[in-house]
Design a binder for this molecule. Structure first.
Ligand code: A2P
Length: 300
């Protein structure tokens, strides 16, 4: 299985990252330390996770040269206005203690007015191009090496890329797991040369138990002599996506980096099992944000 993927910029992104969403204060630093020790060179963070400072400190303490690491962060919904982008980015850079990010994503295709409590900015939600142009400027300024999107459905990707972009989105980070395998999005992304990154790859905190006890997953694990989590993480990379498993448990952090190609028949079996039930999204904030529409279903 690939240890890296090549992006349109020519940069190589490591295929497995440590995910730190829901890693709480006091546990996220040691998790990053354990990950770097285990050989991870890719950390997937976001301004909204409120842990960039602790992550940054663990990275600094590791002594690993900056250019050997891949750091991703994300622009929060309240900073989509072009005049707010650079300040938000600078805040992430300073918290992470770095001069540049390897990848900076628009966290959600939903813009809220600055300082508001989820008050939709209709114009910037309908048309993210002004936000994107500012991100392109950040590339030219050397503050980020690659820019991408997250949680964009196909219609939203098309809506953005219909503009004369200077830089195409390097990735689209989306929920992908056994319960929500999104084969159509995956096929479309592949056809269009857009790399996907799988968040909540194990089903996130509340579904991981169910994922790891799926009969096919257990069976394949037994057959190959690997753990159920390794089956799932390997499956993601074999599907051609970056995978971002989150763990704050050092032994699991280590376990999750050991991926191995599944024999074709077992891969197909797992793919079929994932497609055999109606898809169920683990993460969807549409309701809690009071959007009045499903951000994954509707265009706006
Ligand atoms: P913990 O962080 O307590 O170790 P996802 O990556 O889909 O967001 O899933 C994260 C959840 O999966 C967390 O609850 C995490 O627990 C758990 N988890 C991560 N890796 C493993 C593993 N190898 N075995 C069992 N559970 C795991």
């Amino acid at each position: 299985l690939p240890s890296h993927y090549q992006l349109p910029s020519g940069h190589q992104i490591p295929s497995v990252a440590l995910g730190v969403w829901k890693a709480t204060p006091g546990e996220v630093g040691p998790a990053v330390t354990a990950a770097l020790k285990a050989g991870y060179r890719h950390i997937d963070d976001a301004w909204a996770y409120r842990n960039e400072e602790e992550v940054g400190k663990a990275i600094k303490d590791s002594g690993i040269p900056r250019d050997e690491l891949w750091l991703t962060s994300k622009l929060w919904n309240t900073f989509h206005a072009p005049e707010d982008v650079e300040e938000a980015l600078d805040d992430s850079l300073s918290k992470l203690g770095t001069e540049y990010l390897d990848l900076y994503l628009i966290h959600w295709p939903i813009a809220f007015k600055k300082g508001s409590n989820n008050e939709l900015d209709v114009a910037l939600t309908a048309d993210p191009y002004p936000t994107w142009q500012k991100l392109e400027e950040m590339v030219d300024k050397g503050k980020v090496r690659n820019i991408g999107i997250s949680n964009f459905n196909i219609a939203r990707v098309k809506n953005l890329t219909a503009n004369p972009l200077k830089y195409q989105p390097a990735v689209n980070q989306v929920e992908l797991n056994f319960w929500n395998p999104q084969p159509e999005l995956l096929a479309w992304a592949r056809e269009n040369g857009l790399l996907l990154e799988a968040y909540s790859p194990l089903g996130s905190n509340n579904q991981v138990k169910e994922t790891l006890s799926v009969p096919e997953v257990k069976e394949i694990a037994g057959e190959l002599g690997i753990t159920p989590a390794q089956v799932i993480i390997s499956w993601h990379v074999q599907r051609g996506t970056v995978v971002l498993p989150k763990s704050v448990t050092p032994s699991r952090v280590q376990e999750n980096l050991q991926i191995t190609a599944l024999p074709e028949d077992l891969f197909d079996k797992l793919e079929a099992a994932a497609a055999a039930h109606p898809p169920k999204r683990v993460v969807n904030p549409s309701q809690s944000w009071g959007l009045g529409f499903d951000l994954f279903e509707d265009e706006w």
